[in-house]
Design a protein around this ligand. Structure first.
Ligand code: NAD
Length: 273
């Protein structure tokens, strides 16, 4: 029986890149709510000779994950599950609009969606006696704060906590669970954010990141593929930041030469500006 992987949010950005990487080793079940994105990715991968199957559905519904599991088990042995579908929208807490798209929907997709994905993955692994793996896509926002992103950050902190629980509870079955916490990754979602908030924002993110650039989604996909593979056979319960060193910094402000110059600050570390 062929190995099968489920990838949610496979119709765009990081999920698409993960699916594109995983087809090298698995039959991939592509899950997304966007029929256009899903069709595009399926066409691209299947025309390249890979085995992929699309499942249109909303990850906030338990039913979607049940259907994904059934489809995966039909096609082979489900061994890997990636919960990637997610959204972000910000608003200030002191003036928070009474708008479900700013809170309920984000929690339903990022947090509840990941939860139902994990339940179906581990149920399948335990029932089939499969030493499977789960990777949940978290964020640097799960461990650090950014103005007006409280709801998103709650959900990503929850994803990290859920990942630890899966690792601890199902470790005795040989099941592993890890999270990947991306930094600034150049996906359609981030590009849209730059259009909304202004192009200078991209420059600022590049300056704040020690590697001085945003990442390509394929750089996340490589790490996800590794964590799912037997090469990571003793890695479980971790949330691995893949962010160009961003969360290692105390903040770039007065030490980063570019920012110091931009804001007329004096460098405190003695390096020439
Ligand atoms: N891009 C970044 O810089 C970045 C950084 C950290 C974390 N992340 C996380 O990575 C993941 C992917 O983000 P992206 O930047 O690739 O975004 P994206 O918008 O390019 O892709 C997200 C995909 O999820 C799908 N999706 C949204 N709601 C869904 C639902 N209810 N059911 C099923 N599918 C749904 C969308 O249709 C889309 O195809 C998210 O969890 C996001 O929080 C992204």
């Amino acid at each position: 029986m062929a190995d099968v992987a489920v990838v949610t949010g496979a119709g765009s950005g990081i999920g698409r890149a993960i699916a594109t990487k995983l087809v090298e080793d698995y039959i991939v079940i592509l899950v997304d709510i966007n029929p256009k994105g899903l069709a595009e990715v399926e066409a691209e991968l299947s025309s390249a000779g890979h085995k992929v199957f699309s499942l249109l559905g909303d990850v906030s519904l338990r039913e979607t994950h049940k259907r994904a599991r059934v489809l995966a088990e039909e096609k082979g042995t489900l061994v890997s599950w990636v919960n990637c579908a997610g959204i972000t929208r910000g608003a200030p807490l002191h003036d928070f609009p009474n708008d479900p798209t700013l809170m309920d929907e984000i929690i339903a997709i990022n947090q509840v969606g990941t939860f139902w994905g994990c339940t179906e993955a581990v149920a399948s692994y335990v029932t089939g006696k499969v030493k499977g793996a789960v990777v949940n896509i978290s964020s640097v926002h799960g461990r650090r704060a950014w103005r007006d992103h409280a709801v998103y950050e709650m959900t990503k902190g929850a994803v990290d906590a859920l990942t630890r629980n899966v690792a601890v509870t199902y470790g005795p079955y040989g099941i592993r669970a890890n999270a990947v916490a991306p930094g600034a990754i150049l996906t359609p979602a981030l590009k849209e954010y730059f259009v909304k908030i202004g192009p200078k924002h991209r420059e600022a993110l590049e300056l704040l990141t020690p590697l001085k650039r945003l990442a390509d989604p394929s750089e996340i996909a490589e790490v996800v593929s590794f964590l799912l593979s037997s090469k990571a056979s003793y890695v479980s319960g971790q949330s691995l930041a893949v962010e160009g060193g961003w969360t290692s910094a105390l903040g770039a402000g007065d030490l980063d030469p570019d920012l110091a110059k931009k804001y007329g600050l004096k460098s405190e570390n003695g390096l020439p500006l």
